[in-house]
Design a protein around this ligand. Structure first.
Ligand code: HXC
Length: 258
């Protein structure tokens, strides 16, 4: 699976392109492993500020690899913690991930797209959790993340029937942050956003991702308290001094150091 490093305005970010065209980017185990290894490498690289995950114009990913799964027994799945490692590793990444979704994002593909921090798509993208048609259910967070994103009734309808929705609908229902008229514009916007995030203070970006994610787990009172603690801690960073000094001096381009 090829991935490449880009450098924009002195800011580094990564873009990973899922590349298994003959299988509509179905997520087989070697692909999961390679994706996670790449994400972990970027997470540990101090130069890198964000990562974009995309697929082809026709498929982001058509789900977990059905051919690989079809003979799996309960024992195999349970004892190997099938899927758990992939999903746990992807969601443990501390730096922002943007998914740029074009074409099919089905099953595990939809789940991967939703694991990202920001989801962009083209209007013609197709999102779905069609597992029910295979006699299974979503297994990498689909029932939880889709429900949080679009609400119970819509998620139930999609998961119980296996029906898909378009990128346009995904935007209207709040699954996608932004919807673009073409695949090219979608990817371009995702790369621009990654570059913009990468130009910010890394310590503040990491803290911001952490507190937003906490909102999915904590009640409002605990979440606000958590945010305030992290907010306080940023006054111990160099970047807080640099950012506020730059504002006062009308400097638009602070040189972050943390
Ligand atoms: C394995 C897949 C695949 C998949 C497509 N292919 N999706 N192989 N796993 N998920 C393979 C096909 O078998 C075929 O191989 C080739 O890719 C092209 O697929 P076609 O069906 O001929 O293409 P097309 O007519 O364009 O239809 C595209 C499609 C369809 C609508 C995406 O392929 C499809 O419905 N795929 C399955 C989608 C799905 O059910 N996803 C959920 C999987 S379960 P050959 O060898 O014939 O050329 C899942 C569980 C998640 O994701 C649990 C946790 C991760």
């Amino acid at each position: 699976m090829p991935y490449f490093i880009s450098k924009t305005n002195g800011c580094h970010f990564e873009s990973v392109t899922l590349n298994r065209p003959k299988a509509r980017n179905a997520l087989c185990t070697p692909l999961f492993r390679e994706l996670n290894a790449a994400l972990q490498r970027f997470d540990q690289d101090p130069e890198i500020g964000a990562t974009v995950i995309t697929g082809s114009n026709s498929a982001f990913a058509a789900g977990a690899d059905i051919k690989e799964m079809k003979d799996l027994t309960f024992s195999d799945a349970y004892t190997t913690d099938f899927i758990e490692l992939w999903s746990a590793q992807t969601t443990a990444i501390k730096k922002p991930i943007i998914s740029a979704v074009n074409g099919y994002a089905l099953g595990g593909g939809c789940e991967l797209a939703m694991m990202a921090d920001i989801l962009y798509c083209s209007s013609s993208a197709t999102f779905g959790q069609p597992e029910i048609k295979l006699g299974i259910i979503p297994g990498a967070g689909g029932s939880q993340r889709l429900t949080r994103a679009i609400g119970k009734s819509r998620a139930m309808e999609m998961i119980l029937t296996g029906r898909s929705i378009s990128g346009t609908q995904a935007g209207e229902w709040g699954l996608a942050a932004r919807v673009f008229e073409s695949s090219e514009k979608c990817l371009e916007a995702a790369l621009d956003t990654a570059a913009e995030i990468s130009s910010k203070s890394k310590v503040a970006v990491k803290a911001a991702k952490e507190v937003v994610n906490k909102s999915q787990e904590l009640g409002l009172r605990d979440g606000v308290e958590y945010e305030r603690r992290v907010f306080h801690s940023l006054f111990g960073s160099q970047d807080q001094k640099i950012g506020m000094k730059a504002f006062v001096e009308k400097n638009q381009n602070p040189a972050w150091t943390d």
